[in-house]
Write a protein that binds this ligand. Structure first.
Ligand code: SAH
Ligand code: SF4
Ligand code: F3S
Length: 487
């Protein structure tokens, strides 16, 4: 990985005075601890005879992926070398708890890490992210996974450098979990995974409390970053070669509502559009209840906002939507999607669907299928409902039997695949812009590009094209992707 990408902040750690008292201002404080950690890592390097390695494994959503880039930024800054292999000197799992299978994967893999650590006692194992905000998880780790060195949560991730130092200065488990925070700490190092595209947090947390969802409990209340901080971050990224950005938030449509000087998400987009050199703007996720006419118009007239909208449906049954606390009806959702399609005909709409929410009947599933047929999604993530302790839905007494869920799930999936195939193929024969993301893993004579509407296209090319936006003819649609050639 290329260290030049870590340009967010060029504080020289060698110049930080460790004899000075610990700075109070949070960004400065964390650089102080990075300088301290760098000394411990240098000592370790001496002992090992090579640069200590680190591995960051990410579970969950794009927001977690962005958080992991912050962890990598700090680890590289203090002297670790990033590798893909979990048999490293420092391993951190950035966890997700949105569905139970995400948790089970973490427990399973922790066993493997323990095997590595037995042969390498200096190895450090850290856990962070959403799962760590759940007290039951912490209890389980304390009793059954005693080889873990560090645990912290979502609210204090900015303290990672300080906690890392604590693992060097203490024997046994270092643990620091906060219930909530109103702090947003800016200007810490970030190491991007891709040189040409980047996620950017515009807000943290969620206030919606959909009845099935654990995110508001583990990510806290909604907080928006100041527009000037967002713009400054994007300007720096663009100066560093980024052409496409993805604005991240659990509900971007409510961005800015609780800032001292309120600003709408659509207004923020218009400001971002002005940034010279930036070519593509994406965002995620839009809650249908807050999607404004203003946003539709801004998207319609924008040259940079991509032709893609992720608009989670969750269920097509108004009865279930009410019980989910989604605060829109089936009709309102369909009307919104139709309005968007009329205003922006070339847009791709994708969605998330949950099957098996408590009380869901076969008729409710038919309602969902009806919406899929009417909206014609370009893609949809279909999830089996997962009971999350502490959420209102977990206490509902009409949980759906597994066998019934399976029948509904298969039906929904089949409908999604059929409509998606039809939707995606509607551009066959056309020429479109694609941002080349990588050399194809299976066939290195091909590269993979992403269209504005988020569909992938594979075409002949080489590594020199990565990061460039090129014109591609969409020759042949294969379900969810195209084969094409550059023109
Ligand atoms: N903030 C986003 C979603 C974040 S979670 C939004 O409101 O759209 C991503 C997706 O996980 C959700 O859209 C939902 O479909 C799914 N999900 C959340 N909780 C779930 C649960 N308990 N069981 C199954 N799927 C769930
Ligand atoms: Fe969860 Fe709903 Fe918030 Fe999305 S909007 S994160 S589904 S509570
Ligand atoms: Fe998972 Fe947390 Fe994202 S629970 S989906 S990683 S906000």
């Amino acid at each position: 990985m290329n260290n030049n990408r870590n340009i967010q902040n060029d504080v020289n750690l060698a110049e930080v005075d460790l004899n000075h008292s610990i700075p109070e201002e949070e960004t400065k404080r964390q650089y102080y601890f990075m300088a301290k950690a760098a000394r411990y890592v240098a000592e370790l390097e001496q002992k090992l005879g090579h640069k200590p390695t680190c591995c960051v494994t990410t579970f969950g959503c794009q927001m977690n992926a962005r958080d992991s880039e912050k962890l990598v930024g700090i680890l590289e800054k203090v002297g670790y070398e990033l590798i893909e292999d979990e048999n490293a000197d420092f391993v951190i799992y950035n966890t997700c708890t949105v569905r139970d299978n995400a948790n089970q994967r973490v427990y399973g893999r922790l066993g493997v890490l323990n095997g590595f650590k037995r042969k390498k006692p200096h190895m450090k194992i850290a856990l962070c992210g959403c799962m760590m905000q759940e007290p039951t998880v912490i209890e389980k780790i304390k009793t059954s996974y005693r080889f873990v060195d560090l645990i912290f949560g979502t609210h204090n991730i900015f303290k990672f450098a300080e906690l890392l130092v604590a693992t060097f200065e203490n024997e046994g488990l270092v643990i620091d979990i906060w219930k909530d925070t109103d702090q947003i700490v800016e200007d810490l190092p970030i190491e991007r995974k891709y040189p040409f595209k980047s996620g950017i947090n515009i807000m943290f947390g969620c206030n919606n409390f959909c009845s099935y969802c654990i995110v508001p409990y583990v990510r806290g209340r909604e907080r928006s970053r100041a527009p000037k901080d967002i713009i400054r971050e994007i300007e720096r990224l663009v100066a560093d070669g980024v052409v496409e950005i993805m604005l991240l938030g659990q509900n971007v449509n409510s961005y800015g509502k609780n800032l001292k000087e309120p600003i709408s998400f659509a207004q923020l987009l218009q400001e971002i559009e002005k940034i010279e050199g930036l070519q593509r703007i994406r965002f995620m996720t839009s809650h249908p209840k807050d999607l404004s006419e203003e946003l539709i118009q801004v998207m319609k007239h924008s040259k940079k906002i991509c032709r893609h909208l992720h608009l989670p449906l969750q269920s097509g049954s108004t009865r279930i939507l009410t019980s989910m606390n989604r605060r829109y009806t089936k009709e309102q959702y369909v009307e919104l999607a139709e309005r968007i399609r009329t205003e922006i005909p070339d847009i791709a709409i994708t969605t998330d669907i949950i099957v098996g929410f408590p009380g869901e009947t076969a008729e409710d599933v038919e309602e969902t299928i009806d919406v899929i047929r009417r909206v014609k999604y370009d893609n949809a993530f279909t999830f089996i409902y997962s009971k999350r302790t502490g959420t209102p839905a977990a206490a509902m007494d009409n949980q759906v039997p597994e066998a019934q869920v399976k029948v509904g799930f298969d039906k929904v999936l089949k409908t999604v695949q059929d409509t998606a195939r039809e939707q995606v193929s509607r551009y066959q024969g056309q020429i479109m812009d694609a941002l080349v993301e990588e050399v194809n893993e299976n066939d290195n004579s091909l590269v993979t590009g992403r269209l504005s509407n988020n569909t992938l296209v594979h075409f002949p090319g080489d590594a020199s094209l990565v990061g460039k936006i090129v014109n591609v003819s969409l020759d042949e649609c294969h379900g969810f992707y195209y084969m094409g050639h550059m023109v």
